[in-house]
Design a protein around this ligand. Structure first.
Ligand SMILES: [Fe+2]
Length: 235
């Protein structure tokens, strides 16, 4: 099957009449950008947050990292094995291995944040920023290189457009069945990039329910995101 047009898809994830093969790589870039915007927001606020803002900030930070963990988990258990069925076994080995170069430090930071949340450790914003800096280079290298593995030419050579649509539909089903609607969904909305407003490509009703209902449980936490629930920059 050939794409219905050679014009690249720009505004939505799988719109009609445009080139589909770059979409999986573009989607991966948008997910990574969203996660990086969350981690940047943690680094931005960590040193100055105090008093009764610490508790909601910890929820924000832990949710950004749980979203990151969820992303890695879905890659390792669904997307990478699925892509490798056509791209060849081992295509993503280097990407899997790179996870090990920064995930242990991320897990240490998550452990520390949970200890603060449980009252076992004092809040130390500098420690949070220093830990983020200790893994950021390896993390960014990994996030960039993973996108290149999903190069449009490589995808075109291995998949039909329908196969890519089917993988995406299955992936979205898994996301909606495994994500936490009260934490992961609001955090993804408040970390969205206004320049790629098509992301996250959630069903309309779920987006609406997140803005009107799911955000409420931890509403003070989402104020640390770079944009509001509608994608408007906070500054
Ligand atoms: Fe990724």
């Amino acid at each position: 099957m050939t794409p219905s047009s050679s014009k690249p898809c720009e505004s939505r994830r799988f719109p009609e009449n445009c080139e589909l093969y770059p979409v999986h790589g573009r989607h991966m870039a948008a997910v990574h950008n969203n996660i990086l915007r969350g981690i940047n927001a943690i680094a931005k606020h960590a040193a100055t947050v105090e008093g009764d803002k610490i508790k909601p900030f910890l929820v924000f930070a832990l949710t950004v990292f749980s979203t990151f963990h969820h992303h890695h988990h879905l890659e390792e258990t669904f997307s990478f094995p699925k892509y490798e069925e056509k791209l060849g076994k081992g295509t993503f080995t280097v990407n899997y291995e790179q996870h090990e170069k920064f995930v242990p430090q991320v897990e240490q930071l998550v452990h520390y944040l949970k200890e603060v949340q449980e009252g076992k450790k004092e809040y130390d914003g500098k420690h949070i920023v220093d830990t983020i800096e200790s893994f950021s280079d390896a993390m960014i290298q990994h996030l960039n290189e993973e996108i290149a593995t999903l190069d449009a030419g490589r995808m075109r050579a291995a998949f039909t457009a329908q196969e890519l649509k089917d993988i995406d539909a299955e992936f979205m089903k898994i996301i909606l069945a495994t994500t936490d609607y009260y934490t992961n969904l609001p955090v993804v909305l408040v970390c969205q990039d206004p320049d790629t407003a098509w992301f996250p490509p959630l069903p309309y009703l779920i987006k609406l329910a997140t803005r009107w209902w799911f955000y409420r449980r931890y509403k003070e936490s989402w104020e640390f995101g770079p944009v509001d629930l509608y994608g408007n920059p906070r500054e």
